[in-house]
Design a protein around this ligand. Structure first.
Ligand code: NAP
Length: 308
């Protein structure tokens, strides 16, 4: 089995070590040193240069290094080979950590207290009971379902929105486009954990943000293209929304002159909510290579029409 590591800008050292420990017989080639292209069975990819995968005539698996495959599927040169996305339990944990911190940050008005501290003002702000604060999670997949559980453990009233029905005892389930307005109307802290697909692009625009109750907050750690940035700014500046925590942006890195950097109601992090780590991610890669070898169904195979 020959695997090509085709992840420009990603350090291959940890991957080499973890993959060798789990599958000593695997031959790993690090792009651009591809050798005989006819020998390559599978490619582990992140932002591969367009056209590179087409050069591999024996390719039988494209394993994405990240849990989101929107960038990969947008590549019109992608060969018609099965695509599997990453499932990294480490990312799932990190994403839940990020969201829990952001939910608590907005719930406990820590931005307002930081502003008061800068003015040396000792002032208690109105308090809201946790069980009355309604958190709404868009996307109840691997990350959304776990995150909903962790947020609910603090006592928040949690609802989730998905495409198909879900039965999770700790989440009020909403599914399908028709329920989105009702879901938004009951949500004080909105968390986006959707995959980016043609149907979820721009899903958070002026109309949807207006449906959130006055004083609501938005947390986006899925993809920048879910959110219409100008509409978020308008909703914050009008006073309808109280704040936002954003990890992902339409343009990354966020340009230095972007208004998000300095907006008093926005917190920015540089797409770090969940990062793939070879220690926690390599087992899935090896399991899919083993399945490829045995002719068994791949784990986390992407439906290329659905887009996730
Ligand atoms: P997933 O397991 O594929 O789950 C996606 C969820 O979204 C599912 O519940 C799905 O519904 C729902 N969904 C998809 N399209 C929908 C639609 N049109 N209407 C309603 N619900 C819809 O994905 P995941 O592993 O949780 O990851 C989610 C995303 O997080 C990734 O795609 C990636 O972009 C992002 N991410 C970001 C970071 C970061 O560092 N910021 C790190 C990792 C991942 P069904 O269950 O009914 O299919």
């Amino acid at each position: 089995m020959v695997l090509l590591f085709l992840c420009p800008g990603v350090n291959p050292v940890g991957w080499s070590r973890e993959l060798a420990a789990l599958m000593p017989e695997l031959e790993l080639r690090i792009w651009p040193e591809v050798g005989d292209v006819t020998q390559i069975d599978a490619a582990l990819v992140w932002q591969p240069p367009p056209g590179e995968l087409q050069r591999l005539p024996g390719l039988r698996l494209i394993q994405c290094l990240g849990m989101g495959v929107d960038g990969l599927l947008a590549d019109s040169t992608l060969p018609p080979v099965p695509v599997a996305r990453m499932f990294d339990p480490g990312i799932v944990t990190q994403m839940a950590e990020y969201v829990c911190e952001a939910v608590l940050y907005h719930h406990r008005r820590l931005a307002d207290y930081a502003a008061l501290q800068r003015e040396r003002r000792w002032q208690r702000l109105p308090w809201q009971d946790t069980v009355r604060r309604r958190v709404g999670i868009l996307g109840l997949g691997e990350i959304g379902a776990h995150t909903a559980r962790q947020v609910q453990r603090f006592g928040f009233a949690v609802a989730g929105w998905s495409r198909s029905p879900k039965v999770l005892e700790y989440v009020a389930g909403f599914y399908g486009d028709d329920t989105l307005p009702a879901f938004l109307q009951r949500t004080d802290i909105l968390v986006c954990l959707l995959p980016l697909t043609p149907t979820t692009r721009d899903i958070l625009g002026a109309r949807e943000l207006a449906l959130l109750p006055a004083g609501a907050c938005v947390i986006n750690c899925a993809r920048g293209e879910h959110l219409v940035e100008a509409d978020l700014l308008a909703a914050l500046d009008s006073g309808h929304l109280a704040g936002a925590t954003l990890d992902v942006f339409r343009q990354e890195p966020l340009p230095p002159d972007h208004p998000f950097w300095t907006h008093p109601k926005i917190r920015v992090t540089p797409h770090v909510a969940g990062l793939t780590h070879p220690r926690t991610a390599a087992p899935l890669v090896v399991e899919n290579l083993r399945r490829l070898q045995a002719g068994e169904p791949l784990l986390h195979r992407v439906d290329r029409v659905r887009g996730y």
